[in-house]
Structures are given as structure tokens and as C-alpha cells.
Design a protein around this ligand. Structure first.
Ligand code: UDP
Length: 265
């Protein structure tokens, strides 16, 4: 297995499937099945789901609402999606825990880092709901932050496109996919991988990102088995600096070869 602990980011929008709004049950079960398979293979799985299929904070103005209120509504939308995924996983017999950035004690545990790590060690799929619990952030930022906090090896960003392209492949047929790319190249070429806060968190903590097509059945399993799927973003553009003992809490150690040698000793 290539990774010991992963953080999977799923967009809320993808949960809509072919619908215009809400949750498509087939898509939900497909995602749950993929997560079940990798968890049963022994990978520790944390998941962050967006809320764009229900509400996004930026929509607030169009509704004549306050932006901050809209962001909290968006966070609650992510909790609804998280609860749906939790239920789908439990239907498949996979133990889960839902930890929320907002306190909603009847349905979620509060987010406590040590508790999250303990759940992961015990093989429970940990779903992080309500983003980071603060307005003006996105679930991509929540994915990066939680991945660093729980010392995940990689952030897997599931999208409907199979990686990062030179241009938008849905608009430009000549666009080509990067199998690997560096954080710096993504910034230089102004490519859209994650919002800047989320992306910078990964870059500064040397946390690799893989952008891949989550809607293609079996892709998550292939990634876990080390197959080249999607686009890998790393500090030097190769897979070599993937550090299974990744600790985002000590970013400087990751940049220093002597320090990482010390860590391995
Ligand atoms: N949100 C927030 N803080 C967070 C995470 C999410 O305010 O830490 C709000 C924000 O309004 C966002 C919405 O929740 O638009 C839904 O999340 P997101 O847009 O990231 O979902 P996705 O695009 O992945 O479906």
C-alpha cells in the first residue's frame, strides 16, 4: 500500500450526480463503496466533503443574506453531506466517526485532533464536517488543514476531471494533463488546483496533493495501490519526496535533508 493515512476531499457538487441539487443516492453509494474498499485494505481514511450541492456562502448575497450567515449555512450543508456519507458507509459495515468544526452534539463529535487520530488508528473512517468552523474559508482549506493536523500522507482531491491540465479540458480540446507538477509550477502557470489558502497550506507543509477523477470507478483503489492516476503535486515534481511519516507540524524538518535523515534514524 502506497499510503498509510489519506485525506480524501470530495466536492459537494459531485454528490449531485446528474441532479441539479442535493444528493444523488447512486453517487453517494459509489463513493461509500470506494472508501469502504480502501479502508478495508488497511488504509486510514479521513474525508472532507464540501457543501456546494446545497449551499455556498457566496450565494448569500443573491438571496439578500449576510455573507457570514451564508458561510455558516454552507458549513451546515457540509454536515448534511457528511451525515449522508456516514450513513452510507455504515450501511456497508464500515465503522465511521463524524467530527464537526461546529458544535452539533446530537449528531457529531466535536473536532478534537487527538480524538480524530485515535479514531484513525482504530481503523474508523473519520469524516470532518462543517469545514474548519469559520466563515470565509472553504472545504478545500479544511481538507488541507485537517490533513496536516492528523499527519496524513497526502490530500486526494476527487474531482470530475482526471487531473491538472494546461487549460480547462472542458473548454480547450488541446489541453494536456500533467502527470506530475510542482507547487511552484502550479503557481507560476496560475493553474486552478485549490483556493490559494488551501494550496499554500499544503505547499508550506510539504503535503502532496493528488487531483484525480473520483467519478471513475476504482480510481481511489488504484491510487492507493500506487498506480499513476490523476496529477501529483509535490515540492520537486516527483513522487520521491512522499514521506509516509509526514508531519505537517514540523514543516522545516521536511525541507531539510539532515533533519529527515534524523527522523528516519
Ligand atoms: N465554509 C466555510 N468555512 C469552512 C468550510 C466551508 O465558511 O471552513 C462554507 C463556505 O460558504 C462554502 C460552503 O461552506 O462555500 C460549502 O463548502 P465548499 O464551497 O468548499 O464546498 P464544495 O465546493 O467543495 O462543494
Amino acid at each position: 500500500m502506497k499510503y498509510n493515512r489519506i485525506l480524501l476531499k470530495l466536492s459537494g457538487e459531485a454528490l449531485m450526480g446528474k441532479q441539479q441539487y442535493g444528493i444523488d443516492s447512486d453517487r453517494l453509494m459509489q463513493y461509500a463503496e470506494e472508501v469502504r474498499a480502501v479502508a478495508e485494505a488497511g488504509v486510514q481514511v479521513a474525508v472532507v466533503i464540501g457543501g456546494g450541492n446545497i449551499f455556498r456562502g457566496v450565494q448569500a448575497e443573491a438571496f439578500g443574506l449576510d455573507r457570514v450567515q451564508g458561510d455558516y449555512m454552507g458549513m451546515l450543508a457540509t454536515v448534511i453531506n457528511s451525515m449522508a456519507l456516514q450513513s452510507a458507509l455504515e450501511k456497508l459495515g464500515t465503522p465511521t466517526r463524524l467530527l464537526s468544526g461546529l458544535t452539533i452534539q446530537r449528531v457529531c463529535e466535536p473536532y478534537i485532533r487527538r480524538r480524530a487520530m485515535r479514531h484513525l488508528e482504530k481503523g474508523r473512517v473519520v469524516i470532518f464536517g462543517a469545514g474548519i468552523g469559520s466563515p470565509y474559508f472553504t472545504t478545500d482549506s479544511a481538507a488541507s488543514l485537517r490533513a496536516i493536523e492528523v499527519e496524513a500522507d497526502v490530500v486526494l482531491k476527487g474531482t470530475r476531471v482526471d487531473g491538472i491540465y494546461t487549460a480547462d479540458p472542458e473548454k480547450d480540446p488541446t489541453a494536456t494533463r500533467f502527470p506530475q507538477i510542482t507547487f511552484d509550477e502550479v503557481m507560476e502557470k496560475n493553474l486552478n488546483v485549490m483556493d490559494m489558502t488551501a494550496f499554500t497550506l499544503c505547499k508550506e507543509n510539504n503535503l502532496p496533493i493528488i487531483v484525480f477523477d473520483m467519478n471513475k470507478e476504482g480510481n481511489l483503489g488504484k491510487l492507493i495501490n500506487g498506480e499513476e492516476v490523476g496529477t501529483l503535486v509535490t515540492m520537486n515534481g516527483t513522487a520521491h519526496n512522499l514521506d509516509p511519516k509526514h508531519s505537517g507540524l514540523q514543516p522545516d524538518l521536511h525541507h531539510s535533508s539532515t533533519a529527515s535523515a534524523e527522523q528516519q534514524a
